[in-house]
Design a protein around this ligand. Structure first.
Ligand code: SAM
Ligand code: SF4
Length: 445
């Protein structure tokens, strides 16, 4: 069946912040092609599902979403599946979901216009090539930003091959984008209204490149260069791997004022035996030593992490070791997941897969401890005055929601303020997930 010439489109992104970034670049590219974004509730002629393959639940979600895609007149829009499910499942997607017109991997989405042209003629279009770096060379320059907090992918792919993880297969080998491209993109984001930039990468701190004088630099060098961009007020980076946490990067937390006091550093497990089976190549001791060193230069830093419970072979003792690491690390916030076997990864065929009820119980205990730590961290803010970058509207009339330097959400009622304002807030109360306060009139005046 021929699909009409799509005029209105919608890109729906799932999963990590790198997908959010890719989704924004797809949006900008499709607008550059003369198409218009469909408003909320409006029919789209083209729907791009920018998918996540990291856990089974995330990957399966795409199929239920495809089944629900209908226009108001009952017809099906042109459907493109992008992202990591597209990369991992390729042709299988069209077999399971025949209404899908386009399948495009995360390294090939700059070719969407050609794929759309093909789909318009009624042919299926599949592109899961991994042409190194080229998408960044052809994507249009960044447009005006809707939000004051922008994402900037600096590094993609992964060579670490943790035994549970699909990323090295879906995102390909580790690459660092060139220095000059990143400085230019950061400046374009700031010119477009961004006040905060989060540098993104599957292993963002593995970023390396030659600076303008040809000198080899790590992520700390890039951060120091961004620090000099006037108009940029905050810099963040995520996600880091413990093995790439250099002393230079740690020191940047001590002396780069725009680098926010927040570090997302996944440990995954507190048991060295499990870390070895995961091929993480760090130990709990080396992980805790990094936290000590970061806290030495920036005592107030908020530490975040990722955990997997129920990795094959995880004993009660191993899990207790994870709880112990959480107690020692003292997180401001963290993400925890049940292990999800992914086809093609070594862990999926390991013996001693853990029963779901044991995983559930362990996840609940871990999350209870993490929530307790998060709430305690938030409570420390009560009575203090904290800077917040206002990022979005809240649910209440005149309410705005911002982020503190420690990445806590903070709600204020301030009808005279706007998204993008940087304000001082007196924190009055703290919940497990967010803070509430009022504008500090003394400083604002
Ligand atoms: N590169 C980062 C690192 O090494 O910590 C993480 C990137 S990964 C996209 C995000 C998180 O998903 C991981 O830190 C891990 O906790 C989780 N994850 C990855 N594969 C998983 C799996 N098979 N089952 C459950 N959680 C998984
Ligand atoms: Fe996945 Fe490990 Fe690479 Fe992180 S370091 S993306 S968890 S393989």
């Amino acid at each position: 069946m021929n699909k009409a010439d799509p005029k209105k489109f919608r890109v729906k992104s799932f999963g990590c912040q790198m997908n959010v970034y890719d989704g924004e670049r797809m949006n900008e590219m499709l607008v550059d092609q003369g198409m218009t974004r469909a408003d909320e509730g409006e029919d789209a002629d083209l729907v791009v599902l920018n998918t996540c393959h990291i856990r089974e639940k995330a990957a399966e979600k795409v199929y239920s979403d495809i089944g629900r895609l209908r226009k108001k007149d009952g017809s099906t829009p042109m459907i493109a599946v992008a992202g990591c499910v597209a990369q991992a499942e390729g042709k299988e997607i069209s077999r399971r979901a025949p209404t899908v017109d386009i399948v495009v991997g995360p390294q090939a989405y700059h070719r969407l216009p050609e794929l759309i042209a093909r789909a318009k003629t009624g042919r299926k279009a599949l592109d899961t090539d991994m042409p190194a770096n080229s998408k960044f060379d052809v994507l249009p320059v960044r447009q005006k930003q809707a939000r004051p907090n922008a994402f900037l992918t600096v590094q993609e792919g992964c060579d670490k091959f943790c035994t549970y993880c699909v990323v090295p297969y879906t995102r390909g080998a580790e690459i660092s984008r060139p220095w000059a491209d990143l400085i230019d993109e950061a400046k374009a984001l700031v010119d477009g209204g961004a006040k905060e930039i989060t540098l993104l990468g599957q292993n963002v701190n593995a970023w390396r490149g030659a600076d303008q004088s040809g000198k080899d630099r790590g992520l700390d060098g890039l951060i120091r260069a961004l620090d000099r961009i006037s108009g940029l007020e905050r810099i963040r980076y995520t996600t880091s791997h413990p093995n790439d946490m250099t002393q230079e990067l740690i020191e940047a937390h001590g002396d780069v004022a725009k680098l926010m006091p927040y570090l997302h550093l996944p440990v995954q497990s507190g048991s060295n035996a499990i870390l070895k089976a995961m091929n993480r190549s760090h130990t709990t001791e080396s992980y805790l030593t990094i936290l000590e060193r970061v806290r030495h230069v920036r005592p107030d830093i908020a530490i975040s992490g990722d955990f997997i419970v129920g990795f094959p072979g995880e004993s009660d003792r191993d899990f207790e070791d994870t709880l112990e690491v959480v107690r020692q690390a003292n997180y401001s916030q963290a993400y925890s997941f049940k292990y999800s076997p992914r086809a093609g990864t070594p862990a999926a065929t390991m013996e001693d897969q853990i029963a779901p009820e044991i995983m559930n119980e362990r996840l609940q205990r871990l999350q209870a401890l993490l929530n307790e730590q998060q709430h305690a961290f938030n409570r420390q803010a009560v009575g203090r005055t904290t800077q917040a970058l206002l990022e979005r509207k809240g649910k209440l009339d005149g309410q705005l929601v911002g982020k503190t330097p420690w990445l806590q959400s903070v709600h204020i009622i301030a009808p005279d303020l706007a998204i993008g304002d940087m304000v001082d807030v007196d924190i009055e109360s703290a919940g497990p997930n967010s803070l509430a306060g009022r504008l500090n009139e003394r400083i604002a005046a």
